[in-house]
Design a protein around this ligand. Structure first.
Ligand code: TYD
Length: 217
């Protein structure tokens, strides 16, 4: 019997995969499509998003994305709030799902903090990693998929009603992008960069091809 086209998806059981990238990279669209593909292939998938994903985390999210608090939250406080929400997410959702053998698929994770509060914001990467170790324990992702786009393409995809995180300027977004690319360059075993400049269909095909070659037996 011929092997099913997505037989490699079986290898995602019990793995922890993150989809990440700059605002406007289209990662959330790809996330939904990929979660569907996995579910159709018969692999249980636990989908989580950051910041949020738990009741406590959603409250933290409201604080983080509130325009009224724009000038008040310090960078370090912001980083710790993201990480606090993440610690809750790991304990409540990620760890139990991995223990059940599900694929955990996360929309953003610590790679976002390293790019936004680290590379773009200026907090030392080692500091973020140290706090991450406290928040995550042994539950670091197996793979971080980075959807890479230039700023012009990203800007053209963003809604004009921008939230606090998205209102920061061009240089900030350039640094965010570079922050992701640097993470991937330093740790290629745990990162996969997908060129996300094209339309959603093309990017999805590219994503599946790249993932298949990463997870092929
Ligand atoms: P959200 O509306 O969830 O955007 P998206 O759909 O792009 O994920 O907003 C999340 C914003 O928070 C986004 O601009 C990235 C930012 N962010 C950080 O700065 N640090 C982090 O650790 C995380 C998880 C997100």
């Amino acid at each position: 019997m011929a092997e099913a086209p997505h037989a490699w998806v079986e290898r995602l059981r019990g793995r922890f995969v993150v989809f990440d990238g700059p605002d406007g990279s289209g990662k959330s669209t790809q996330f939904k499509r990929f979660a569907d593909l996995v579910a159709k292939a018969g692999v249980e998938v636990c989908q989580v998003r950051e910041p949020g994903g738990t009741m406590v985390g959603e409250r933290v999210r409201q604080v983080l994305l509130d325009n009224d608090l724009h000038d008040q939250i310090t960078l370090r406080c912001e980083m710790l709030l993201f990480m606090a929400s993440r610690a809750q997410l790991v304990a409540e959702r990620v760890r139990p799902a991995l223990a059940r053998g599900e694929l955990v698929l996360a929309d953003r994770f610590i790679s976002s903090t390293l790019a936004y509060q680290g590379a773009a914001g200026g907090l030392p990467v080692e500091e973020i990693r140290a706090v991450g170790q406290v928040a995550l324990g042994d539950h670091w992702p197996d793979l971080v998929v980075v959807f890479d786009v230039d700023e012009q393409t990203a800007a053209s995809r963003l809604n004009p009603l921008l939230d606090r995180m998205e209102m920061k300027g061009r240089d900030y977004h350039r640094a965010v992008r570079q922050g992701y690319l640097d993470q991937a360059a330093i740790d290629p075993d745990h990162y996969l960069v997908v060129d996300a400049r094209d339309d959603a269909e093309t990017v999805f095909d590219r994503l599946v091809t790249q993932l298949a070659s990463r997870f092929r037996p």
